[in-house]
Design a protein around this ligand. Structure first.
Ligand code: COA
Length: 328
């Protein structure tokens, strides 16, 4: 069994990679729509602005048995953690393949001067004992929630919009934030800092645009609704509709800045988003979201809208120094 670097994968290698991803999906059905080849290809090839990607695979000479992708946001040596994703074919587990790929990726982390790495995994899956046996610690619990739009009567949305507090104006845009709102959006994103401290990076207008460009590069559509108080963004919500959507969109960030909290702006911007999506993207039937397990307020907003808890994911983090060395 060989471990190979696939930093510039060929079309055939992308197909083989996708076979592994599809086998893992079939073996651990989490209810997610099945991955499609085009999406896998974009994820492997797309030179994402602001981040680099390194790829490795374990092969038996005939086919790939396991794959590992490391995402390196920012410049080499940046303070932000890298992100790792390892997938091993269900019929080749517990043979050390995951561990071998992790050790090789750890070399990649060291070469990049990265001090830590994170992985997001589902609670109750083999990924948990795997990561815990390799120096990772759980830093965040996320509740995966799903909103089925058929369960949200249009009257509920209309009522929430009618209850909008005075003094705010709703605006919306698709894709990258308009220039005149970029700095205001970056300031509003700071309001989320308390839920994402581990990211260790502050939002600025550049990073806000970078995030929207990453989404566009994948071929996905980013929708944003914001409540303005004067020229400032008091609260906002983002939803991404993936290309080839399969009916499910993803909730991205939602935040209300501290001085505007307690006025139901979170639920207002989300209600406006539902109205907009119903007009603009009627094929969207479900929206999924992850909420920090200790973010009671956002959980309550989502439950009021009709989101239901589907599963729990965990964010694990390890210091590069705690990871196994390659060849060990
Ligand atoms: C998590 C995953 C990558 C592990 O791959 P693997 O090749 O089976 O892992 P290894 O054989 O290297 O396991 C190393 C150690 O991890 C622990 N471990 C791995 N799977 C385990 C399980 N199902 N139960 C208990 N411990 C487990 C054990 O300590 C194991 O050592 P041992 O076999 O000597 O007891 C694999 O199960 C997988 O692809 N899961 C689905 C995708 C996923 O969730 N990826 C995680 C993202 S990082």
């Amino acid at each position: 069994m060989d471990v190979i670097a696939l930093d510039d994968p060929t079309e055939a290698q992308i197909r083989e990679w996708h076979d592994v991803v599809a086998a893992v999906h079939a073996g651990d059905p989490a209810g997610d729509p099945a991955p499609d080849l085009e999406r896998t290809a974009r994820g492997l090839l797309g030179a994402e602005p602001g981040a680099r990607r390194r790829l490795w695979a374990a092969s038996d000479g005939a086919r790939l048995l396991a794959v590992a992708a490391l995402r390196l946001p920012g410049e080499p040596g940046a303070d932000r953690p890298a992100e790792i994703d390892i997938q091993v074919r269900p019929d080749h587990r517990r043979r050390g393949l995951g561990g071998r790929l992790l050790a090789v990726a750890a070399e990649g982390l060291r070469a990049d001067g990265r001090s830590s790495v994170i992985a997001q995994v589902l609670a109750g899956t083999p990924a948990v004992p795997f990561l815990e046996s390799h120096g990772f610690e759980c830093v965040l619990t996320l509740r995966g929630m799903l909103l089925r739009l058929d369960d949200v009567p249009a009257e509920r949305v209309a009522r929430l919009l009618a209850e909008a507090p005075a003094g705010y104006r709703l605006v919306r845009w698709r894709g990258v934030v308009p220039d005149e709102l970029a700095a205001a959006l970056a300031r509003a994103k700071h309001a989320m800092a308390d839920f994402s401290e581990y990211e260790g990076t502050l939002w600025d207008a550049l990073r806000v645009r970078e995030m929207a460009e990453i989404v566009a590069k994948r071929g996905d559509d980013l929708y944003t609704v914001a409540a303005l108080s004067g020229a400032a963004i008091a609260g906002f919500t983002e939803v991404v509709v993936p290309s080839g959507c399969a009916g499910r969109a993803a909730q991205y960030d939602t935040a209300v800045v501290p001085e505007h909290r307690g006025r139901r702006l979170g639920i207002l911007v989300k209600a406006e988003m539902l109205r907009w999506l119903a007009e603009e993207r009627p094929e969207v039937r479900e929206i999924e979201t992850d909420n920090s397990g200790d973010n009671d307020h956002m959980l309550a907003v989502n439950e009021e809208l009709g989101f239901r808890v589907e599963r729990e994911s965990l964010e694990y983090q390890a210091a590069t120094g705690a990871l196994p060395a390659s060849g060990a």
